[in-house]
Design a protein around this ligand. Structure first.
Ligand code: NDP
Length: 249
């Protein structure tokens, strides 16, 4: 198993939910953790809540829709810690909507964050990892990257894309020690549904798809899956982890 106190982990979408829980998981292990998202105050609050853990937390406000911001995030990390061992491309949005309601701004945002943000992250860190011949890139896809749900045409499209991009990356890095993982969660209790503005989509969710029968996952359940994937011996490459709540279909 690895000595995490000598390693550096960069996490996007770390101001809440899965990203926040994953930052805490690696801080517990003593890693240097760079937490990135747009809301600086939420990142600073996380930093102060984790201050007694062995890891060192650094805050880097980042909008993953800006390629420059993402390049700056990796540069900041290299300047401060000298290396990036793990990049977790986790930032994402899920404003579910029916296509007929033509929420064009939201389509654009999902493409920009969930697909282009992932590509910018890969592009920023890959040269460094290939040069070191070491490193691990993970991206949060979803069960929605495996099956399409009602009102999820665009969201699922972005999550299919993220998973396929990671698969393509895995083919490219197969001859090196750089490892790749898609994390595909089922329902996790986070702020993700806050961005839904399509009332029909919201009503559909509220009416439920048997949601009352399901105990949702918590961010820390996914953090554990991330930690599992990156903590394997060098010869093991975990390419995908699917974690859903027991009872979710
Ligand atoms: P949250 O809404 O709690 O977290 C989303 C994170 O993404 C926030 O930290 C937010 O930070 C960040 N983010 C959004 N837009 C940007 C941006 N432009 N630049 C940088 N960061 C951004 O939801 P989750 O924790 O659930 O979501 C994390 C990932 O998990 C997403 O990719 C989501 O699609 C995926 N997922 C979630 C599931 C669930 O049931 N919750 C199921 C399957 C996958 P800020 O607003 O501060 O920028």
């Amino acid at each position: 198993m690895k000595n995490w106190s000598e390693r550096t982990v960069v996490i996007t979408g770390a101001s809440s939910g899965i990203g926040e829980a994953t930052a805490a998981r690696f801080a517990e292990e003593g890693a240097n953790v760079v937490v990135a998202a747009r809301r600086k105050e939420r990142l600073e609050d996380l930093q102060s809540r984790l201050k007694d853990l062995p890891g060192d937390i650094s805050v880097k406000p980042t909008d993953v829709t800006s390629q420059q911001d993402v390049e700056d995030l990796i540069k900041f990390t290299l300047d401060k810690y000298g290396q990036v061992d793990v990049l977790f491309n986790n930032a994402g949005l899920m404003p579910l909507s029916f296509l007929k309601n033509k929420k064009v701004d939201e389509w654009d945002k999902m493409v920009d964050v969930n697909i282009k943000g992932v590509l910018y992250g890969i592009g920023a860190v890959l040269p460094h990892m290939l040069e070191r011949n070491e490193g691990h890139i993970l991206t949060t896809s979803s069960i929605a990257g495996h099956e399409v749900m009602p009102a999820g045409a665009v969201y699922c499209g972005t999550k299919f894309a993220a998973r396929v991009i990671m698969e393509g990356l895995g083919k490219e890095t197969a001859g090196s020690n750089v490892r790749t993982t898609s994390i595909s969660p089922g329902i996790v209790d986070t702020e993700l549904t806050d961005s839904i503005t399509d009332e029909e989509a919201m009503n559909m969710l509220k009416k439920g798809i048997g949601l009352d029968q399901i105990t949702p996952l918590q961010g820390k359940d996914i953090a554990e899956a991330v930690y599992y994937a990156v903590n394997q011996p060098e010869h093991v490459d975990v390419n995908e982890v699917i974690v859903r709540p027991n009872r979710q279909g």
